[in-house]
Structure formats: structure tokens, C-alpha cells
Write a protein of this length. Structure first.
Length: 286
């Protein structure tokens, strides 16, 4: 009996060690995921890199490996979906600014808030929200906070800030009535891309008549089960399908990124960090 117990204990230790090593690998490496989006509103092909939820992670010194991968893709535009920094017990920013500085020298970059950027408004982390926003804008990066920017022939990018209550644990309700229309002006004749950090409100995004919504926040579900089900989100939603990938909601497409980092729950299993590439293609007009 003692020998059997020792073997079971040994197998458990080996199994746990294997899972921890795999989790470390998935947190410190990333895969490139590509999506193709077609629309009659798009006149010319565009290649977009979408970054979200870095949480001050670094892939090599000053994010050298991440930068090299982006340079090989050579995008027309980089969209940043928030939570690049980590704001909790301390401010984690040291790996973010060199990355943004490097990318902004070479590419058009547009940045929208996640919940961690918005926490800087609490003014207790040594660097407040307005100072951070100014640093980013001084790099030449466009910072969209409940604002929009026309780009290229017929494309408009919108950055939506979500109020603190929408990030509360186990929140499942919709956005308040007219929440989006009171903050953003959406011209449906254009191809509208919405940067809205949480994927939870996909139905509200679709009702606003945007064409493509980009989100992150749920870190791919932390531990990914079969069929793309996430075991747990940072807001303690369990067994959710709304954690990663391309979703179709009515006429809108939503891309949910698994993100490039973690924070409080420092685990990834079957949930590799992601660098997302979006190929916007022109669809023949009828």
C-alpha cells in the first residue's frame, strides 16, 4: 500500500510539474493568429496587427521577439486594445514604453483603453492617467478615449471606454441604454472598427452597427477546454465561449484576442499568448 501511495504521489508531482512548465512556456511565447475580414465598404486591402493584454509582459529584452515578429508582418496599421500595462498593487509599465516607442517610429498606431489604463485615474500609482496618455501621444500614437478617427479611404476606428461597473466580477448584463451612441458617432457608410476591451457586450456592439469589434480582457479563458471554452475569465465567468476567436453576431464580426500576458491569475494552459493579424479585404460590390 505504501509503495502504491508513493507512486501515485510521484505521478502527481510529475504531472503538476509538467503543467507548470507548459504554462510557463505558453506565457513566455506567442503564436501568430490570422483572420480574414471582407466587406464591400473596403476599397483596398489592409493588414492590421492587433495587440491586447500585454500586462507588462516581455518577450525578450525590450520585447525584441515581439517586435521582430511584427516587423516580419509589416502591417499597415497597429491597433492596441488596452491593458498593455498592469495596474494593481503596483504599476507595471517598464516593458511597455520601449515597445510602444519602437513600434510608433515605424507604424501608424492607435491605442484604446482597457480597464487597467482606466485605473490610472485613481491617481495613486505615481503616474496618473493624463500623464500616461500624454506620454503615449508624444510618441505619435493616436489615443482614442470615447473618440474616433477616420483612416484610409473609408475606415473609421473608434475607442470605447467601459465604465468600472462593467468590469465587476460576474457581471453579465448589457450596457446601459444608448451607452455607445452617447459616446461615439458611427457613420454606417464607413467600415467601422470598434476597440472595446471587454467582449462581453457583443450584442450591444452589433446594435451600434459597427462592422468589426476587437476585444481582449478574458485572456483566452486562462485554461482552454475543448471547443474553445474558457475555464475562467478575470471576471470569474466560468465555462465561457466568449473568450477567444472570431465570432459572428448579426452583421458584425468580433475578434477576441487571447492576449499577450497575464496578471493576477498567472496561468495559461492550452491558451498560448497571441499576436493577431487581421487581413481586411475588399468584397466585390453588387
Amino acid at each position: 500500500m505504501k509503495n502504491i501511495f508513493s507512486k501515485i504521489l510521484g505521478l502527481g508531482v510529475v504531472g503538476c510539474s509538467t503543467l507548470l512548465l507548459r504554462s510557463f512556456y505558453e506565457r513566455k511565447n506567442f503564436k501568430i493568429v490570422q483572420y480574414d475580414i471582407s466587406s464591400r465598404k473596403i476599397d483596398n486591402k489592409k493588414k492590421i496587427v492587433f495587440l491586447t493584454d500585454l500586462h507588462n509582459n516581455s518577450f525578450g529584452k525590450n520585447n525584441k521577439r515581439l517586435i521582430s515578429a511584427i516587423d516580419e508582418i509589416y502591417p499597415d496599421l497597429i491597433l492596441i486594445g488596452g491593458d498593455m500595462i498592469t495596474v494593481k498593487n503596483r504599476l507595471g509599465i517598464e516593458n511597455v514604453l520601449p515597445l510602444l516607442q519602437n513600434l510608433s517610429r515605424k507604424y501608424k498606431c492607435i491605442y484604446a483603453n482597457g480597464n487597467h489604463e482606466q485605473r490610472l485615474k485613481e491617481n495613486k500609482f505615481g503616474l496618473n492617467y493624463h500623464q500616461y496618455k500624454q506620454i503615449v501621444e508624444d510618441m505619435g500614437i493616436v489615443y482614442l478615449s470615447n473618440s474616433s478617427m477616420d483612416i484610409y479611404e473609408n475606415i473609421c476606428i473608434h475607442g470605447l471606454d467601459l465604465d468600472e461597473k462593467y468590469y465587476l466580477r460576474r457581471y453579465k448584463r448589457s450596457l446601459d441604454i444608448s451607452y455607445i451612441e452617447n459616446r461615439l458617432d458611427i457613420d454606417t457608410s464607413k467600415f467601422n472598427i470598434l476597440l472595446a476591451h471587454s467582449p462581453l457586450f457583443a450584442n450591444d456592439y452589433e446594435k451600434s452597427q459597427v462592422d468589426l469589434a476587437l476585444a481582449g480582457h478574458f485572456h483566452g479563458g486562462t485554461i482552454r477546454l475543448p471547443s474553445g471554452i474558457g475555464l475562467m475569465t478575470p471576471q470569474f465567468h466560468f465555462l465561457s465561449r466568449l473568450v477567444v476567436g472570431l465570432k459572428k453576431i448579426g452583421r458584425m464580426s468580433q475578434i477576441i484576442g487571447a492576449g499577450l500576458g497575464t496578471h493576477s491569475i498567472n496561468i495559461r494552459l492550452n491558451d498560448m499568448s497571441e499576436l493577431i493579424v487581421i487581413n481586411l479585404n475588399s468584397r466585390n460590390k453588387a
